[in-house]
Design a protein around this ligand. Structure first.
Ligand code: HEM
Length: 254
């Protein structure tokens, strides 16, 4: 009689089970939600960067103007709520970016595009693909930006509090931000650190600006090429303007 009991070499029996209902993703953890959140927070932080840059360019105008602007910010009652908002925007952007990266890596360990060129071990596709060195290294440039922001805030916001002593440089008793910035950027290591990080931030913006607009639905054969160019031009201008500050202090001022 042929035995009916399973042998050890038999393939495992498939036990019919009711498939588990797929866990419904919330909008904010879905791919569209994550992309939208990253786009909105990225663009909001970019708006902060424009104002931050304009304020910092007062360095070229003079100590009393820069210190006066900084003092106006410090005593402004909206500063603390604005800082809390900025921190939330930045935190959401970073958390969403990291979780998006981890999810993508888990879903697709090997990139689906064929790299045709390589730089520092990173590949990117040729034309007509929109993949570039900037777009394939967003997580790296983002993490460098994160480190930069932490170091930068410790260095400037919580850095030495030089009070203004010369009335020609501003009202006595006001924080001397001009002295702080010029003192910091006179150091070779700090200047090199800033030149490196600000270049990386420019690379992040190079792809990030257009990508954010695409994620928000701005994508058409007519407008996308224009936006792509505009995003790149703006990122170069922003990076160059930020870079001019440490370079001017180090090579011209000191
Ligand atoms: C060379 C360029 C830069 C200079 C000279 C500069 C200068 C400063 C100074 C002086 C402060 C302290 C403000 C205060 O406490 O009154 C500050 C704060 C800050 N900076 Fe910059 N910054 C530069 C570039 C950047 C960049 C590229 C970023 C972002 C990627 C950034 C992000 C911030 C943030 C988030 C704060 C804290 C704002 C707050 O809490 O009020 N900065 N910066």
């Amino acid at each position: 009689m042929v035995g009916t009991s399973p042998r050890s070499t038999d393939p495992p029996l498939e036990i019919a089970t009711t498939p588990k209902p797929a866990r419904r993703k919330s909008y904010f953890t879905s791919t569209v939600g994550v992309k939208t959140l990253m786009a909105v927070t990225g663009l909001l932080f970019f708006i902060f960067l424009i104002f931050h840059l304009i304020g910092n360019l007062l360095l070229f105008v003079g100590p009393s103007e820069l210190n006066g602007y900084s003092h106006w910010l410090i005593v402004n009652p909206f500063l603390v709520p604005a800082e809390i908002g900025l921190l939330a925007i930045f935190a959401i952007h970073v958390i969403e970016a990291i979780s998006n990266y981890v999810q993508n890596r888990a879903a697709r360990p090997v990139p689906y595009y064929q790299s045709t060129r390589r730089l520092f071990g990173r590949g990117w596709a040729g034309k007509p693909s929109r993949k570039s060195f900037a777009s394939t290294s967003m997580i790296l440039s983002g993490l460098i930006t994160l480190v930069f922001v932490v170091v930068h805030i410790i260095q400037f916001k919580y850095g030495p509090n030089y009070p203004v002593t010369d009335p020609a440089d501003g009202t006595p008793g006001v924080r001397d931000i001009y002295r702080l910035i010029t003192h910091q950027f006179s150091s070779t290591w700090i200047m090199i650190f800033y030149v490196f990080c600000l270049t990386v931030i420019g690379i992040h913006l190079w792809h990030g600006l257009t990508s954010a607009l695409n994620s928000l639905g701005v994508d058409s054969p007519r407008y996308t090429p224009v936006l792509l160019k505009a995003g790149r031009i703006i990122s170069v201008i922003m990076a160059a303007a930020f870079l001019s500050l440490p370079l001017w202090v180090y090579f011209v001022w000191s």
